[in-house]
Design a protein. Structure first.
Lengths: 355, 203
């Protein structure tokens, strides 16, 4: 799969990436394409669509005609928003699926901590429309054999999208159940040939104060851009995912468009949004909340009902949506209920100290 | 000017009362209509808490306004403003206990003991309680000189409320700092030098 680098806009240099898939027991007929994802471009207008068509034909010969055809035929905005994906497999106990009640789309998209757009939960929905997510590129650097800046389209191209229904537990003691659309981070990292020195993965959110009003605040406590990181074994765990949508649709801006991390066994702030940089490193990377208040937020930040946050008890959580008569308080589970999948990563570690 | 204001004191009081009640009415209408989003309890607690602080600020603003306008008339509206601050603070506590904690008293106690921002918020309300009780004319007479001394406790209450607000801020301190700045300005008017300066203007 040829990938185009965009470090220099005029550069036509192609980098070849070997893609390794984890499992091959998916029938080819079940494999879905990102065709509809790419069609988001046609929102922008005809010019955008044309540019998209020519870009695709230059980097993916086999798919280009199909992409162009569907890009031309889809006129309905809601259709363009829809993604094609493999539904979550309910029979495999891999944590990718839960039958808990899903938090409605309107709530997932109206109640967000995305401080780049303001401190109130409703601020992101109100202000995130200013965020320009197209064009979008991600720089991959550090301990990798194929560093470079790749367009989002090139990043996504080889990945089959799948739905995963995860619990999301915020450090503020509320939680949701979200049907994400995306793929395992491991599949992405494997394409770039990590070196043996890659011990951590660091992520960075877009820094664009013009579009992100929270970044313009004079009395903000976060040192923008927002950064997060995982240990490499955490990053390679199949649960760790890169999400580009939810409820079968393209990721709304307020939820971290166009691409974000989802780490379901950690507090929500670890799941960094609107990613523009991924760096592999042998040094423990800084993380934003830890820099702001190290006594409150540790590097690991695994969901842990036994370790209270100075501001919130973590023993229980309020599953949203709540109503006044039904506060929906439920017990919080260790590793947010994913202990079976991830507890082994922390064997022998004192999780009270490494909170 | 003072005489006309005095004449209208009653209707002005009624108007202020109704206006001050509006946020409360809107807040509960929104709650009943379920238009407060997926976490109505948190929304209600934010709204009630913020209005409690706003009324505290308005209460503290009476003295500066009195000094600037050189009219004692304003003092007649202060008690109501202070009582509304208390009213919204009580709403704030009830919403927190009833809807956020779902009446789990153990959690309330743990919050008060372990979480400093809740400790100071709770203390502020405890301070406001005797002030609200002794706000009547009767108590004023009974306490005499001590009444004014007692009611100076509002300064401590407002400081605790600001701390309660600042300690909760996670990513941005702008809003609590704006309130703090306003309170500091209002407090400056209490400095005897500035007081003298303002009262000397016409003398």
């Amino acid at each position: 799969m040829p990938l185009k680098t965009t470090t220099k806009s005029s550069s036509k240099k192609a980098v070849t990436i070997n893609t390794k898939r984890f499992d091959s027991d998916i029938l080819p007929s079940e494999i879905t394409s990102e065709t509809n994802y790419f069609n988001r471009r046609s929102f922008i207008g005809t010019a955008g669509t044309l540019a998209m068509g020519s870009m695709l034909s230059s980097c993916a010969d086999a798919d280009s005609s199909a992409n162009k055809a569907s890009a031309a035929s889809t006129a309905d905005a809601s259709k363009q928003n829809a993604l094609e994906f493999l539904p979550a497999n309910k029979s495999i106990n891999n944590g990718f699926y839960t039958d808990e009640v899903k938090t409605p789309y309107k709530d997932i998209t109206a109640y967000n901590n995305f401080y780049e757009f303001g401190t109130d939960k409703s601020d992101p929905q109100r202000h995130a429309h200013k965020l320009v997510t197209d064009p979008w590129s991600i720089t991959i650097e550090g301990e990798v054999e194929k560093p470079g800046t790749y367009t989002l389209e090139d990043i996504l191209k080889p990945h089959d999208l799948e739905e995963r229904i995860y619990r999301l537990r915020c450090v503020e003691a509320w939680s949701m159940v979200v049907p994400w659309i995306g793929f395992s981070l491991a599949d992405l990292l494997n394409r770039f040939g990590m070196t043996s020195r890659a011990k951590y993965v660091a992520f960075e959110t877009l820094y664009r104060p013009d579009e992100m009003r929270g970044q313009r605040s004079r009395f903000g406590t976060i040192d923008w851009p927002y950064v997060e990181a995982l240990r490499i074994d955490e990053a390679m765990n199949p649960l760790t995912m890169m999400a580009i949508g939810l409820y079968g649709k393209v990721m709304p801006n307020q939820n971290g468009a166009p691409i974000r991390l989802v780490v379901p066994w950690k507090y929500g702030f670890k799941s960094i949004k609107s990613i523009v940089k991924i760096r592999l490193t042998d040094q423990l990377p800084p993380t934003s909340w830890n820099k702001t208040a190290p006594q409150e937020y540790g590097f690991y930040s695994n969901v842990n009902p036994a370790v209270n946050h100075p501001r919130w008890s973590q023993a229980s959580e309020r599953r949203l949506p709540t109503s006044l008569l039904k506060p929906n308080r439920i017990d919080t589970l260790p590793f947010n209920g994913y202990a079976e999948q991830v507890a082994h990563l922390y064997k022998g570690m004192d999780l009270r100290r490494n909170f | 000017m003072n005489k006309t204001l005095k004449l209208y004191r009653k209707p002005i009081k009624i108007a202020i009362f109704l206006l001050a009640l509006l946020p409360w009415v809107f807040m509960w209408i929104a709650a009943v209509q379920e238009s407060l989003g997926p976490d109505p309890a948190k929304a209600l607690s934010h709204i009630s808490g913020e209005w409690a602080l706003r009324f505290l600020v308005l209460t503290l603003a009476i003295t500066p306004i009195r000094l600037i306008s050189q009219s004692a008339e304003w003092i007649h509206y202060r008690r109501m403003l202070g009582l509304f601050a208390f009213f919204y603070a009580v709403n704030h506590l009830i919403i927190y206990c009833l809807f956020l904690l779902a009446l789990q008293w153990q959690e309330l106690w743990a919050d008060i003991v372990e979480r400093p921002f809740i400790t100071v918020g709770f203390l502020a309300l405890l301070i406001l309680l005797p002030l609200a009780i002794t706000s009547t004319k009767n108590w004023q007479r009974k306490l005499g000189r001590n009444w004014a001394r007692l009611h100076k406790l509002i300064y401590i209450a407002v400081a605790l409320v600001l701390l309660h607000f600042i300690w909760q801020a996670r990513s941005d301190l702008t809003e609590p700092l704006v309130y703090t700045a306003v309170v500091i300005v209002l407090m400056l008017f209490r400095l005897s030098k500035i007081k003298k300066l303002l009262s000397r203007r016409t003398a």
